[in-house]
Design a protein around this ligand. Structure first.
Ligand code: SF4
Ligand code: SF4
Length: 387
């Protein structure tokens, strides 16, 4: 494996199964033809064994998110699965490799369902809630495509947040973050001040003195399942200006982060991606697992192009599959490829370097002289949503 940076894992505990129907997500759409299944227990156990095995081999897994392409708290054994991750953290003894941070990424609707918050608290996990806006109509629009649903959904989510903030203030919940997501950019931008005001008010009422919010620079088209209306990256520089770390809002410190900073906290980790991957696509740079352990790129929600499986491959081998990957039909229908990166000098430079790396690889790969896989990559023919 060429990669030397710590890696992250996104685990689909409930793949293709969700109680929401976000407009930017392929799950619950007619065009979605991927799996709809909960992760079997053996698979979760295998994942944990693979993480421990990787640590013994010197590969650091920095972060495990129980998120993926569905709502994890819907899993019928959610509590018991979180206990498996909690046990992994408690018994961790790999020399020189710290235990990964383990999180649950939820839309927040089931926080008050029996056992959900308890499981997160007793296992010292991080709770991440997707919260794009406090405006009921806009929330309903983003989360279900229907503004009228927003009030009912938000009422339920906010009650759960109040409980979670209270647990945080009392020191029971280890950490909580907000994803300002799904990133419907027009609404996120329009409502951002209200979102900060709303969340800091809830935090202040519970006695929490700082909150973390994560912004998403890109909207994804999920490899053709969903069309992306917004082009380029938005790094939200104006928000970072307005909400400086040392300013309090409603008596609460607001910490903003961009989503990629979690996966690439240091610039040199982007260089590692450029060096190690034939096709350095940021969305294919970490491990994304389906419920059955297929390794996919972040945007391959319908699992059209698995790159190995957790049951037969170690994490090192899965990363090697990703490093060797050359783009084909699935990438052709995706607007998140490096060639679409724009919005800042750094992202455009990264996109340009990534394309140069791909061209360099092809020039040195004999099968690329006539190989169909490489021709598809060169011509990038579009793949439609119903494929
Ligand atoms: S983005 Fe998340 S919450 Fe929304 S439909 Fe998809 S899996 Fe569900
Ligand atoms: S370009 Fe390919 S590897 Fe990158 S996100 Fe799109 S489908 Fe995935």
């Amino acid at each position: 494996m060429k990669t030397r940076r710590p890696i992250s894992i996104n685990n689909s505990l409930s793949h293709g199964i969700c109680n929401y129907n976000c407009t930017l997500c392929g799950v619950n759409k007619k065009t979605y033809k991927g799996p709809k299944e909960f992760q079997p227990k053996e698979l979760t156990e295998k994942l944990i064994a693979r993480i421990e095995e990787a640590a013994r081999q010197g590969l650091r897994v920095r972060y495990v998110a129980n998120a993926g392409d569905g709502e994890p708290t819907l899993h019928p054994d959610f509590g018991a699965r979180m206990d498996l991750f909690g046990a992994m953290i408690r018994r961790w003894n790999a020399p020189n490799v710290p235990a990964p941070e383990v999180s649950v990424v939820s839309n927040g609707f089931r926080l008050l369902s029996p056992g959900v918050l308890d499981a997160i608290v007793r296992n010292d996990l991080t709770l991440i809630v997707s919260f794009p806006t406090p405006n009921p109509e806009a929330y309903g629009q983003i989360m279900t495509g229907n503004p009228e649903n927003g009030r009912h959904l938000l009422d339920q989510v906010v009650q759960g947040l109040q409980k979670a903030f209270k647990l945080l203030a009392e020191g029971h919940l280890k950490k909580m973050q907000f994803h300002i997501s799904p990133p419907d950019r027009d609404i996120v931008r329009r409502d951002f001040n209200k979102t900060v005001h709303f969340l800091t008010t809830l935090a202040n009422e519970a006695g929490v003195k700082d909150i973390e919010m994560v912004l998403f620079p890109a909207t994804s088209n999920r490899s053709g399942l969903i069309r992306n209306r917004t082009k380029g990256l938005d790094l939200y520089k104006d928000f970072f200006q307005a909400y400086r770390r040392w300013n309090r809002h409603n008596g609460v410190l607001v910490s903003l982060k961009l989503s990629y900073q979690r996966f690439f906290p240091h610039f040199k980790e982007f260089l590692d991606l450029l060096r190690g991957f034939n096709y350095p696509c940021t969305w294919n740079s970490q491990i994304f697992l389906t419920a059955q352990g297929d390794s996919i790129c972040c945007n391959d929600q319908a699992v059209r192009n698995p790159l190995g499986n957790l049951t037969s491959h170690t994490l090192v081998e899965l990363m090697e599959e990703k490093e060797a990957y050359l783009p084909g039909r699935v990438c052709a229908g995706c607007d998140q490829s490096p060639r679409h990166m724009s919005g800042s000098f750094r992202s455009a430079l990264f996109g340009w370097l990534a394309q140069r790396k791909l061209a360099w690889t092809k020039a040195r790969t004999p099968e690329c002289d006539s190989g169909r896989k490489c021709l598809a990559a060169l011509h990038l023919e579009p793949v439609h949503a119903d494929h």
